[in-house]
Design a binder for this molecule. Structure first.
Ligand code: FAD
Ligand code: PHB
Length: 390
């Protein structure tokens, strides 16, 4: 088997890259180790930046997103028993965010790929990448009990944080930067109308909480927990009670409903540089992770593949590798901006175990500053909706 671009991973990064390349007449094969059902049901992000929406629409997979996505113009920050609105659109010349689950983005991309009858192989096992520093990098894998070898011009490693591509790069090539956080998020999806029109990020002495949503009938809620929190210790009643305490406000009630899904996510910041080795290009979570507080992970993954697709188009059209050579540096500029913003939001809103009162006072001062100073609020807003130029 031969293709132009071998893509490992059918998450948002791999699927979007395949779609962008297809629109430019470049062939690719997408290999995914999980099943279609698994990939389409995996609940993760929910906030799309306007640039992400524009990219998906331009790529021809934005119809349902435009119909069903919920356009938001602001978010709320809650602390000290009060809620404060950050008017995102007013502060950013009218830019918005759109609430549309990652599950839906993935479903739309999978459908587009399969309807166009283009190669997307689920349950591809034993994927390995080799000859990365040659002009003919290869991917070997097993599919439907048969061994295959795929010869490529380039390989895109879009296989997430736990994938095989990044670890296939020889030792000493990549430099890693990381930070672990002493907490995680316990998240639920609940069948109940959201009690607020906009997202609420709540700072609370018991720990952070977030009210988000997926649709007018589906709520997505999170509470800060330990990174290794035992889900078994959290009955639905206990989760709702904790949410009521952390999100509760005089004169406002959080409506409860059946819990459809729950899970614990650890939090880390992680970046590798460069995002390339020979003919292997890393994109999305394969190259970087952000804590979810800034809602940046999915948006960053799609920005990477937009830059990568443009570089590949230029390479195939002109023979010049200038843009491919610039890919890592160009992507990393935005990556580091998002890393900083996500870290900053995280440290402002979470309670650190053993956190001293000095830290708490600094958080409250920072929160008061971003909710009273237009300059500070604008900085938060432009990062949250996604900077146009980074
Ligand atoms: P992924 O979505 O991880 O896709 C990688 C794909 O590669 C997967 O389908 C995987 O099955 C496949 N793969 C892995 N190994 C192999 C292999 N060896 N061979 C073939 N395929 C392979 N971001 C937010 O903004 N908000 C959130 O609430 C949020 N919650 C998250 C919760 C969890 C548990 C995780 C892990 C991430 C969360 N994120 C969140 C981050 C966001 O979902 C990611 O940034 C986004 O999924 C990145 O897309 P990606 O395509 O780069 O990687
Ligand atoms: C979500 O809806 O899942 C969500 C929203 C905002 C975040 C993180 C996750 O910062």
């Amino acid at each position: 088997m031969r293709t132009q671009v071998g893509i490992v991973g059918a998450g948002p990064a791999g699927l979007t890259l395949a779609q962008l390349l297809h629109r430019e007449g470049i062939e690719s094969v997408v290999l995914e180790d999980r099943s279609r059902e698994y990939v389409e049901q995996r609940i993760r992000a929910g906030v799309l930046e306007q640039g992400t929406v524009d990219l998906l629409v331009a790529a021809g997979v934005g119809d349902r997103l435009r119909r069903e996505g919920l356009v938001h113009h602001g978010i709320e920050l809650q602390f000290d028993g009060e809620r404060h609105r950050i008017p995102l659109s007013d502060l950013t010349g009218g830019r918005t965010i759109v609430i549309y689950g990652q599950t839906e983005v993935v479903k739309d991309l999978v459908r587009a790929r399969l309807e166009a009858d283009l190669p997307l192989l689920f349950e591809a096992a034993d994927v390995t990448v080799s000859d990365l520093d040659s002009e003919r990098p290869r991917i070997s894998f097993t599919h439907a009990s048969r061994a295959h070898e795929l010869e490529c011009d380039v390989i895109a490693g879009c296989d997430g944080f736990h994938g095989v591509c990044r670890p296939s790069i020889p030792a000493g090539v990549l430099r890693e930067y990381s930070r672990e956080y002493p907490f995680g998020w316990l998240g639920i999806l609940a069948a109940v109308a959201p009690s607020n029109d906009e997202l609420i990020y709540a700072h609370h002495e018991r720990g952070f909480a977030l009210l988000s949503l997926r649709s007018p009938e589906l709520c997505r809620l999170y509470i800060q927990c330990r990174p290794d929190e035992d889900l078994a210790a959290w009955s639905d009643e206990r989760i709702w009670a904790e949410l009521q305490l952390r999100l509760g406000l005089k004169g406002w009630t959080l409506a409860e409903g059946p819990v459809l899904e729950k899970g614990v996510t650890g939090m880390r910041s992680f970046v590798v540089e460069p995002m390339r080795y020979g003919r292997l290009f890393l994109a999305g979570d394969a190259a970087h992770i952000v804590p979810p507080t800034g809602a940046k992970g999915l948006n960053l993954a799609l920005h990477d593949v937009r830059v990568l697709a443009e570089a590949l188009v230029s390479w195939y059209e002109t023979g010049s590798s200038a843009l491919l050579d610039a890919y890592s540096e160009a992507s990393l500029q935005r990556v580091w901006r998002a890393e900083h913003f996500s870290w900053w939001m995280t440290q402002m809103l979470h309670r650190s175990d053993g956190g001293d009162d000095f830290g708490l006072k600094l958080q409250l001062s920072q929160l008061r500053y971003v909710t009273t100073s237009t300059a500070a609020a604008t900085s938060l807003a432009e990062n949250y909706v996604g900077l146009e130029q980074v």
